[in-house]
Design a protein around this ligand. Sequence first.
Ligand SMILES: [Zn+2]
Length: 429
Amino acid sequence: MKTKRFLLLLPLLLSLPFSPGRAQGAFDAFFEPKSLRVDFVLSGNATHQTAALLQLREEPVWAGPVKNLLDTFFYGGYYVNVYHRASRQLLYSRGFNTLFEEWRTTAQAKTETQAWTNSISVPYPKEAVTVEITGRSREDMLFYSLLRLEVDPRSIFIDRGALKANRVTTIQYAGEPSGKVDLVFLAEGYTEGEQEKFVADARRFTETLFAEAPYKARRGDFNVRAVGLVSEESGTDVSGEGVFRQTALNSGYYTFGLDRYLTTPDMKAVRDAVWNVPTDAIFILVNAETYGGGGMYNFYAIGTADNARTPSVFVHELGHSFAGLADEYFTSEVAYDETFYNLSLEPWEPNITTLTDFEAKWKNLLPKDTPIPTPDTAEYADSLGVFEGGGYLSKGIYRPKVHCAMRDYAPFCPVCSRAIDQMIDFFLF
Ligand SMILES: [Zn+2]
């Protein structure tokens, strides 16, 4: 059945010619401290997807890792790979998720085909490279090639134009962007007269994040900026109630028909907003009160500014978008059908397991003699274990602790904390 080019990443990693100790040299040998932004369309339905190029852009900053050029987390439904054209050497890779892949698991995707805009940035190459986008198959969890682009860094087909220079407020500066995690808040649904409120909201969220472990001990590893996008109207769309607002990033509730699922499909607008801003993680701050939000790994997270539970939602959604964490809950309404996770394979997220390959998850953190699965009894109420229920399913998927920020806004469990720490480390020099 499989006619797409098979691509298993691991063998390529084993042939790496440079070690982490020489990595800054590797970056300087192959890349400039700028970004090549690749905007592309993913189209398809429940059974297949294809990718096509929209545009290439040269953008003036690179905030991503310069030490860890190859992404060995293997998180996400997609990878971007950059190969040196002449030697075929893999120079850079990074995993990410998209909203489109979630849509593919909804009932709608069984009956219609759609196209969604996406965008990913890689360091700007010095020489000719091949940029490849791969997508993960839900049948075997392996990555298959969706798009290959031959890119000459001097090509006239690369857009090098400036975009709108938005007001950027530095909330916290810890050091050079290429050696720090650069968190960016984007204003959505804030009018010209509400820009001060936006900066105050972003500062409040920043304090919320760094009051919470493990971020609390890692504050010095983050730069935080607020990008003040001006919307014509206040708030966001609530399409299920006939409310449509003219806003900078085209966000709205009722994603996939769910009233509290707040997202934007407009990745071009999101990436245009940060074209000249060092960015590793995006949080779209929506000027609204209603509970809601979302987060996709290495894509963006989004939430409302003024709901009482907003600070907890922010930390939870950033868990998805920054650290690749799965939802550990299994009782709430979701739009995905029963095939969101393939129970015969190990999911890629670090904080859930089907016990298919538990060794690769948190087995090495488990206290000795912990029963697997672990009973949900008083004895284990505060223990690390393997508790059934997680990833939207009450059976067949297991989570590390009874309560966690990824389930019910409790403090992060040790497995999620470790994953966040590892992701922060990935960005540092
Ligand atoms: Zn957890």
